[in-house]
Ligand binder design. Structure first.
Ligand code: AP5
Ligand code: MG
Length: 193
């Protein structure tokens, strides 16, 4: 199986590049942000609880997202591979993901970490906030809080995979197409090896 983590701060292009990568490599896209937003849209108790935290730019509890990922893995027994977007975001989530994949006799192939300057992240998200309807995009304070959560809790997840030599850094600035080509090149190099 090809199991990829697309990693990066809020607004780095995870969702944008995921759409292209899942088509090219035939992977199942698992975005915890998208899964949470569909819980919110359906007004489930989980969604309502998560919304409070998401609106403040804070992470939702580990057990909530780990449960969602566990169900999604079980629901896709025939997937060729998974592309994880926005997960794992804490060391606890990373350890839980490794265990879940191990139970399925598979593991993470590699983490692609996109690097984008903070100024560019804020600009992209404020711009999207004008049209997206995402309540965490239309306030600069909330955007900065999301970036702070990333530095405080999430950046260390790359260190976890670095121990296993599974991290490849990719510049996340430039055209969507150029970044996609660079990500594809890294994946193809690894798969061919
Ligand atoms: P989530 O939905 O994961 O959001 P995020 O990580 O904050 O980032 P975004 O989805 O906003 O950005 P992205 O990197 O996908 O970039 P995109 O392609 O959209 O999480 C939301 C919330 O849910 C979290 O704050 C948390 O509360 C909760 N949550 C989710 N997962 C969790 C977890 N595992 N644990 C705990 N809590 C969790 O691009 C952004 C914009 O830039 C778009 O407008 C796009 O068009 C534009 N753009 C993309 N590429 C380029 C480019 N190359 N040049 C210019 N513009 C570009
Ligand atoms: Mg996203």
């Amino acid at each position: 199986m090809l199991n990829l983590i697309l990693f990066g701060p809020p607004g780095s292009g995870k969702g944008t590049q995921s759409e292209k990568l899942i088509n090219k490599y035939g992977l199942k896209h698992l975005s915890t942000g998208d899964l949470l937003r569909s819980e919110i849209a359906e007004r489930t108790p989980l969604g309502l609880e998560a919304k409070n935290l998401m609106d403040k730019g804070q992470l939702v509890p580990d057990e909530v997202v780990i449960g969602m990922i566990s169900s999604a893995l079980d629901a896709n027994p025939n997937a060729k591979g998974f592309l994880f977007d926005g997960f794992p975001r804490t060391a606890t989530q990373a350890e839980a993901l490794d265990k879940l994949l191990e139970l399925k006799n598979t593991g993470i192939t590699m983490m692609l970490a996109m690097e984008v300057s903070e100024e560019e992240l804020v600009n992209r998200l404020l711009k999207r906030g004008m049209t997206s309807g995402r309540s965490d995009d239309n306030n600069e304070g909330v955007i900065r809080a999301r970036i702070a959560e990333y530095h405080n809790k999430t950046a260390a997840v790359a260190d976890y995979y670095r121990k296993f030599d599974k991290v490849v850094k990719v510049k996340g600035e430039g055209s969507v197409e150029d970044i996609f080509n660079e990500l594809s090149r890294e994946i193809d190099t690894l798969v061919a090896a």
